[in-house]
Design a protein around this ligand. Structure first.
Ligand SMILES: [Zn+2]
Length: 342
């Protein structure tokens, strides 16, 4: 593995210089304490074999309004994912596009299905169709997920009592023209990302339940795959009834791993997933959230550990291995337009 990567570095001097200039190299991607390495190699949960984490926060990233760094970078996770037998992951950033990062990770880890995306917040021009088209045009065409406004969404900014500008996605029960233009631009380039000819996925972001449903309706009508971003977190706050409506419109519902922290949220999530049906649900990690200004001061749970903990919590609440396969492997593959592996 390491030899293969070194061979790639040797045959790609430009990449190697570029990564070295960024302080990223084969060695630094392995810069974990022995304790961390033990945890990573000890993870053998069958749920990880072929799993795709559709929500991985990773460096290089900015701090964002919360002021926290990330706990690892995209090459660190590629190493862990490969060790754990995962199929791949989607690099989520709120304030940038990550098609280019996915391109580099794939160059070093050609066996992983790694994808990027774009957050439609102010840093990318907000609801900006030009940024969507550019992401799809980045060499490789690995930018596939468009997160509707998250940190800069009106719902999120107002709910957090923040005094800063925000992006409005709907008013008077209708999507704004800007949201419609972004979804239409997605439909135009979907199935035609550069080189790989991939389809785009709309992720609904940190918006209000009624706004989420309007976006689901519009995107599904244009034939796009849709993931409802963590509907049970406070940043969205959907009822089971609203989640079922989204599923009926053909969207997948995303359940992020932080639910394992409290016994009551484990029960809440298990009940919701059972009510909606596993065939409409995806479990992702939403990890990479560091603590301390540079994100790595205290050791955070890795994406791999978080997925394992989520699987264990669901098993303990009656979900079968087949249910878990649907939510951790098959539905993420369907969402991203990949073949479902048996
Ligand atoms: Zn997230």
């Amino acid at each position: 593995m390491i030899n293969r990567r070194l061979a790639i570095f040797a045959s790609a001097p430009l990449l190697s210089v570029l990564l070295a200039a960024c302080g990223v190299g084969a060695d630094s991607s392995l810069a974990q304490s022995p304790e961390e390495a033990d945890v990573a190699t000890a993870t053998t949960d069958p749920v990880l074999q072929g799993a795709i984490d559709i929500h991985a926060h990773l460096d290089p990233d900015g701090y964002g309004p919360g002021g926290h760094g990330r706990s690892m970078d995209a090459l660190d996770l590629a190493e862990l994912a490969e060790q754990a037998g995962m199929r791949g992951f989607v690099i989520k950033q709120h304030y940038d596009q990550t098609a280019d990062t996915a391109y580099f990770v794939r160059k070093l880890y050609p066996d992983l299905d790694v994808f990027g995306g774009i957050g439609t917040n102010f840093a990318t021009g907000g609801l900006n169709p030009y940024a969507i088209r550019q992401m799809a045009d980045v060499k490789g065409g690995w930018g596939r997920v468009v997160w509707m406004p998250t940190w800069d969404a009106r719902h999120y900014v107002v709910n957090h009592g923040n005094d800063r500008p925000f992006i409005t996605v709907a008013s008077d029960g209708e999507l704004t023209p800007e949201v419609s233009a972004v979804i239409e631009a997605m439909a135009e380039v979907s199935g035609r990302t550069r080189v790989s000819g991939g389809s785009l996925v709309l992720a609904t972001g940190h918006n209000a339940p009624e706004e989420v449903l309007l976006m689901v309706e519009k995107a599904r009508a244009l034939g796009l795959q849709v993931i409802v971003t963590h509907p049970l977190l406070d940043s969205v706050g959907m009822s089971v009834e609203q989640m079922k409506q989204a599923a009926e419109l053909g969207a997948y519902l995303e359940f992020v791993s932080a639910f394992t922290r409290q016994p009551e949220t484990i029960v809440e999530y298990a009940d919701a997933i059972r009510e909606i049906g596993v065939e409409y649900c995806i479990v992702s990690s939403d990890r990479g959230q560091g603590s301390g200004p540079e994100g790595d001061e205290a050791r955070a749970q890795t994406h791999v550990e978080a997925l394992t903990a989520a699987a264990d919590a669901l098993r303990a609440n009656g979900f079968t291995e087949q249910d878990l396969d649907i939510m951790f492997k098959e539905n993420p593959a369907r969402l991203l337009g990949l073949p479902v592996l048996q």
